[in-house]
Design a protein around this ligand. Structure first.
Ligand code: SF4
Length: 183
């Protein structure tokens, strides 16, 4: 008798205003990637280079929201993913990029592109294809409903592994001692 193959869960990942460190931590689960890929298949992700997300079971989002394109991408994932996870400090509270929130965005642009150290004949980029920056950097839950928050900068590979295996097994993720940290 042929046993029907278990249907793999579809997982999308994206990096918004982040540094890819959370994705690197996902890859740091090392040899556990092999059993993981027997349970999931990747949809839209920097790891597959698929640009647009189809219907998915889980969406993992690294990075907060610093421009209009980030908001568009986040909404696309929310519309397509049954479970959406904010992965890492930037997704949860804006992280390092949010340090610009106490500054005026115009002052930031002027300093970086016009008056900063070493800038000569600078200009503020204005190509219409560039996404418009937001006045402030926002965490994901300011814009869409988030189902789970996985803290850390980045969350450790062990934390990501524990979190994903719980989720894939249909359990509420529970990170035991030593797996939750906020730095
Ligand atoms: S939480 Fe830390 S590791 Fe993850 S994207 Fe932000 S800065 Fe990078």
């Amino acid at each position: 008798m042929v046993v029907a193959e278990m249907k793999k869960l579809r997982v999308a990942t994206t990096s918004l205003a982040g540094c890819f460190g959370c994705h690197m931590s996902l890859l740091d689960i090392d040899e556990r990637l092999v059993p993981l890929l027997e349970l999931i298949e990747l949809d839209s992700s920097p790891l597959t280079d698929i640009k647009h997300c189809g219907p998915c079971d889980i969406g993992l989002v690294e990075g907060g929201l610093c421009n209009a394109e980030n908001v568009h991408k986040l909404r696309e994932l929310r519309a397509n993913c049954k479970i959406l996870v904010a992965v890492g400090a930037c997704a949860i509270n804006g992280g390092l990029p949010a340090q610009r929130n106490h500054l005026d965005i115009r002052d930031c642009l002027q300093t970086v592109y016009l008056t900063g150290l070493g800038v000569e004949r600078g200009f503020i980029p204005n190509d219409p294809e560039l996404p418009l920056p937001l006045k402030q950097v926002h965490p994901l839950h300011d814009v869409v409903k988030i189902d789970y928050f996985l803290p850390g900068c980045p969350p450790s590979a062990d934390a990501i592994w524990q979190f994903l295996t719980d989720l894939i097994a249909g359990r509420t993720p529970h990170l035991g001692h030593g797996l939750i940290h906020y730095d």
